[in-house]
Design a protein around this ligand. Structure first.
Ligand SMILES: [Zn+2]
Length: 169
């Protein structure tokens, strides 16, 4: 099957979002949902809007679908940025360890770059895997609008080839 012209998504109807624990027990967040799978058509170029219906509450959601080449490019850019962040992370980490481990002569403070490198380590530690994973998952479909309460629905990419997909009317 030619997957270039279509994208598979899951429309999630959020049933519950509970956070337990906190002070004594470790915090755990439990989100439950029911999902319906859809196959949406990609436009030949640019983007178009499709309407998907939630099978749980029959709400209609608007999703924006990008063409194949934009999707591929954007996904690749995200992955490259993720890799770049990993490189910055390693460099900043090595620098921070190097400078932080020095014994400074009295009256001399750490270079200005030291706090910058610590911030860079913290930011890229989160950004690198996030960007990379987003790049791998990105399929060019994003939710534009949903009836209120909006946060109770999500549209998630589904790796192509999964069964049970349906075509929106
Ligand atoms: Zn719903």
């Amino acid at each position: 099957m030619n997957t270039a012209g279509t994208a598979e998504v899951a429309v999630r109807h959020i049933l519950g979002d509970k956070v337990t624990g906190g002070l004594l027990a470790p915090r755990t967040r439990t989100i439950t949902w029911s999902a319906a799978h859809y196959v949406v058509k990609r436009p030949p170029s640019g983007k178009h809007t499709v309407e998907l219906t939630c099978t749980e509450c029959s709400a209609s959601l608007l999703a924006e679908v990008r063409d194949h080449s934009f999707t591929r490019t954007f996904a690749a850019v995200l992955k490259v940025l993720g890799v770049l962040c990993a490189v910055v992370f390693l460099a900043a980490f090595a620098y921070a360890v190097h400078e932080g481990g020095k014994t400074l002569p009295e009256g001399q403070s750490l270079p200005v770059l030291f706090p910058v490198s610590v911030i860079a380590v913290a930011v890229t530690f989160v950004a690198a895997p996030t960007l990379y994973v987003q790049g791998r998952k990105y399929n060019g479909v994003s939710m534009l609008d949903a009836p209120k309460p909006r946060r109770r629905h999500q549209i998630r990419p589904v790796p192509s080839g999964s069964r049970g997909a349906r075509t929106p009317r």
